[in-house]
Ligand binder design. Structure first.
Ligand code: SF4
Ligand code: SF4
Length: 146
């Protein structure tokens, strides 16, 4: 069964694509519930990119041809034609980590997700982290968006 929608009042995804690149947003692992869901859904196309290391740890995204981790970008990440917008081709069943991002406004600002707009001037996360939201996407996205 696909993920149930998460209610995030005031949040609008701008399809900026940052969460598919930024640390603490993009993940290279899945949980066992993801594996079971993909098995139930018959998503062999996704499962072939997953490597179960232990019953609790699943490595993503492993290129099935080379056996190497897809480190440059997620294999399901695509650009909308003629627009600087991005989308996930497995959106309805993407890993739980991706589905649950961002966990809240603070998490969004910490990671550089603009779904709740820009943080107030001088905002800092309680752990001291300064938001990477500067109005410009990361270089990796600017290159894809050319
Ligand atoms: S970073 Fe936030 S606004 Fe941008 S694509 Fe991801 S969820 Fe949407
Ligand atoms: S699975 Fe989808 S949401 Fe997650 S990193 Fe890849 S493209 Fe982004």
């Amino acid at each position: 069964m696909s993920h149930l929608p998460i209610d995030r009042p005031g949040f609008t995804c701008t399809q900026c694509g940052r969460c598919c690149f930024l640390p603490d947003a993009f993940s290279l692992s899945a949980d066992i519930a993801d594996i079971e869901r993909w098995q139930e859904e018959g998503r062999e196309d996704i499962l072939e990119y997953a490597d179960e290391i232990t019953p609790d740890v699943v490595d993503l995204w492993i290129n099935p041809n080379s056996g190497e981790e897809c480190l440059d970008r997620c294999p399901w990440f695509r650009k909308v034609r003629n627009e600087t917008k991005f989308y996930c081709t497995i959106h309805e069943t993407k890993p739980t980590h991706c589905h649950e991002f961002p966990r809240n406004q603070e998490h969004a600002w910490k990671c550089g997700c603009p779904g709740w707009g820009l943080p107030p001037e001088g905002w800092k996360h309680p752990d001291g982290h300064v938001s990477p939201l500067t109005g410009r996407p990361p270089i990796s996205i600017r290159l894809i968006g050319k």
